[in-house]
Design a protein around this ligand. Structure first.
Ligand code: ZN
Length: 174
């Protein structure tokens, strides 16, 4: 099992850097980073986490959607490491939805995202996948993908009034 790593927060310049491509997936350091990201996202009730959030500048993230106290409505999927991911195509339409981030504690924002995307990535065994995601999973993928380019969800909020504290969000929506 992996070890929980500290998550860096908004204001730390490392969240704003572009991640670099991952080399050979067999690298033991990479494999233990994946284990640690899996352990960290579960413990912190995330539905995804990107390597830059633990100060590793690699093009890698975990999508781990499941219902938890922070996202009670999340669909369940097997936690998946996605390495050197790319968005191949996307729907024309965007939908707005509420997002939070382990690196932006205490805030939620209403963020427009493509409703559906077609993506490719390598899994932790080096197998290439091409997949179609929609709705919440597509939203997680786009949120994590942004982290690889030094972006956070607040950058995409269209109106400052679309930012709420976690407490206010819970009061309104749960
Ligand atoms: Zn995030």
């Amino acid at each position: 099992m992996g070890n929980v790593r500290p998550v860096i927060e908004l204001g730390d310049g490392r969240l704003r850097q572009w991640a670099r491509p991952v080399g050979p997936v067999e690298d033991p350091g990479l494999q233990s980073l994946i284990d640690d990201l899996l352990a960290t996202v579960v413990l912190k009730n995330g539905v995804g986490i990107a390597a830059p959030q633990v100060a590793s500048g690699l093009q890698l993230f975990i999508v781990a959607s499941r219902p938890n106290p922070r996202y009670p409505q999340a669909p369940t999927m097997e936690p998946t490491a996605m390495i050197n991911p790319r968005i191949l195509s996307h729907s024309h339409d965007q939908v707005k939805g509420w997002e939070g981030c382990l690196s932006v504690p205490g805030l939620r924002g209403l963020v427009p995202r493509y409703r559906a995307i077609e993506v490719t990535y390598l899994d932790r065994d080096g197998q290439r996948h091409q997949q179609y995601f929609q709705d919440f999973i597509a939203r997680i993928f786009q949120h994590e993908y942004d982290h690889l380019q030094g972006k956070v969800f607040l950058d995409r909020v269209e109106d400052p009034q679309d930012i709420l504290t976690e407490a206010e969000y819970q009061q309104r929506f749960t």
